[in-house]
Ligand binder design. Structure first.
Ligand code: NAD
Ligand code: MLT
Length: 541
């Protein structure tokens, strides 16, 4: 008998499914934290939660019983998945079940904000018939900016188009063709979109790139009177900058469903004019809650009755033998994906994988999927070797491959290209020994570099003095260079060349600015890869 603990409120349909399953015992204990949570988890085989409970490393410490956690919802940011992986606990989520409801909440906030629904209602309840004070704005004809065109962003886009809004979107992993199908004008950066929009809504995960994506600097480049909506994650908008923007009148309104700290019952935004807030209700519809609860219950029932691992965000359901035989090359392909994701790609239309030599005899489909998992790793939560290709396809990006068993300069070579209408970025990697991934080509230039840690890649004119000057700049900024590789497309000097530096620390922005100021350098960027030897959780790391 497997004991499953329910840690947050869950729809009755999901609970009934669990209760009716053979060999499963259900205990409901919501609102747990600290030692009480730790003890409850230690006495359970499975757990099911929404976003209320925080399953931290401490709450899992020393737990030898818990095998699986199912998150009824998308975001797993309330679960320490690394700690869970270390302890062999499978974490699964249910993406998709609350997409439409969250998109509808976004539209509800948008309408509520531009038509002053909440304050007008309050004024009427208080006995006033004030028709002048609550003059609104029509949405049809206005421009909506969407940052993040994944499941929810796309659902918002198609609805906004139906509402006769003009929609402009930014997402580094959506093809122009998919955007066109949705009726969205795709731009290459949030900065391009900001000055054009009347309303902005964000639908990305909260991560290093999206934290404080919109702060005072960004607000000031937007139109005066712009309105901002957030039904994704608190922290994507800098809340202090929102207060400032509303006070100065630059912001015409703010509507939030999510907050930097949750639960949030005390914010300077609450009660300010032109602010509309809800307590994380995006997924709070009967339909969404039934969907995610039933899906999460099914995941746990399957896991405890058949051992099936589906929708896992931290473990691969592939059999361990296959994984073991491919581990080194899966790691190379994954790292190439991580590397190219951090370069300058704009609305890719396809990813082309080419396998040459010994590696071409292996299951290259899995390797291509590992590449896709690396490419999307920072953008999409819960991506792994199983779902990555589908996630690319949903964004209009094709994943194609070619194989040749001819041996070239390397006994095995994996080349990855991210292709967009404007340009193609490429990188190739191989495995030295059993487990030393190496970068051996970047943008057609042959070189030999580590494929781990912090790298700085710079494109420059191949002429004397460049490398010395780059070294001096890093010296001045106290950044130690661990290794340096330079390559050019042909053997002739003087053309465009690529340099890849392995650095012992992340260079400060000023160092990068100094490199970019060199007349011979056309582009330079930093890439962060996992340390040598570190594998993604689905690969047993
Ligand atoms: P998704 O993974 O389908 O889509 C996220 C998209 O963001 C991806 O297409 C990705 O490429 C894009 N992205 C990542 N980094 C980006 C960046 N720096 N700039 C632009 N785009 C970027 O996720 P989803 O299911 O659509 O969920 C979106 C967000 O909504 C998540 O944060 C999720 O946790 C949250 N959410 C909130 C509620 C709620 O109750 N308010 C409900 C469900 C989901
Ligand atoms: C999610 O990530 O699914 C949402 O934030 C909704 C929830 O909290 O369940």
């Amino acid at each position: 008998m497997a004991k499953i603990i329910v840690l947050d409120d869950l729809s009755e349909d999901g609970l009934n499914l669990l209760r009716s399953a053979a060999n499963i015992e259900v205990e409901i204990r919501t609102g747990l934290k600290g030692d009480a949570l730790k003890l409850a988890l230690a006495e359970s085989d499975g757990a099911i939660c929404r976003s209320g409970v925080k399953i931290t490393a401490e709450s899992l410490q020393g737990n030898h019983r818990l095998k699986a956690i199912a998150r009824a919802g998308v975001g797993v940011d309330n679960i320490d998945t690394k700690a869970a992986t270390r302890q062999g606990i499978v974490v699964m989520n249910t993406p998709g079940g609350n997409t439409i409801s969250t998109a509808e909440q976004t539209l509800a906030l948008m309408y509520g904000l531009v038509r002053n629904i909440a304050p007008a209602h309050q004024s009427l309840v208080e006995g006033r018939w004030d028709r002048k004070k609550f003059m609104g704005t029509q949405l049809a004809g206005k421009t909506l900016g969407i940052v993040g065109l994944g499941r929810i962003g796309q659902a918002v886009a198609s609805r906004a188009v139906a509402m006769e809004m003009r929609v402009i979107g930014y997402d580094p992993f959506v093809s122009a063709a998919r955007a066109k199908e949705l009726g969205v004008q795709l731009v290459g950066s949030p900065q391009e979109l900001l000055p054009l929009v009347d309303i902005l809504t964000v639908h990305t995960p909260l991560n290093e790139q999206t934290k404080n994506l919109i702060s005072t600097k960004e607000i000031l480049v937007m139109k005066k009177g712009v309105r901002l909506i957030n039904c994704a994650r608190g922290g994507i908008y800098d809340e202090a900058a929102l207060v400032e923007g509303l006070k100065s009148g630059h912001l015409g309104g703010v509507a939030l469903d999510v907050y930097g700290e949750e639960p949030c019952t005390n914010s300077p935004l609450f009660g300010m004019p032109n602010v509309l807030c809800t307590p994380h209700l995006g997924a709070s519809t009967e339909e969404a809650q039934t969907n995610v609860a039933v899906e999460a219950a099914e995941l746990l029932i399957d896991f405890f009755t058949t051992g099936a691992i589906k929708q896992s965000v931290n473990m691969s359901p592939l059999d361990p033998k296959t994984l073991e035989s491919l581990r080194g090359y899966l790691n190379v392909a994954y790292r190439l994906g991580l590397l190219l994701a951090q370069g300058d790609h704009r609305s890719p239309t396809s990813c082309r994988m080419s396998y040459k030599g010994e590696v071409a005899k292996k299951d290259t489909r899995l390797l291509s999927q590992a590449f896709a998992a690396g490419l999307l790793a920072h953008a999409v939560q819960g991506v792994n070797i199983v779902n990555a290709e589908v996630l690319l396809r949903e964004r209009g990006i094709e994943l194609v491959e070619q194989r040749s068993t001819d041996i070239g300069d390397f006994s095995s070579l994996i080349t990855a290209e991210v292709v967009s209408d404007e340009k193609t970025s490429s990188a190739a990697g191989t495995l030295f020994g059993n487990n030393m991934p190496r970068l051996v080509q970047k943008n057609g230039c042959r070189l030999e570099s580590f494929l781990d840690g912090t790298l700085m890649i710079f494109i420059h004119r191949d002429m004397p003095g460049v490398i010395g000057s780059v070294g001096n700049i890093f010296g001045r900024h106290q950044v130690n260079i661990a290794q340096m590789a330079v390559g050019r497309p042909s053997n002739k000097p003087g053309g465009e060349a690529v340099g890849v530096l392995s650095l012992d620390s992340v260079p400060p922005a000023a160092a990068l600015a100094d490199i970019l100021a060199m007349p011979q350098v056309t582009r330079a960027w930093t890439v962060k890869l996992p340390p040598a030897g570190e594998l993604p959780s689905w690969l047993g790391g």
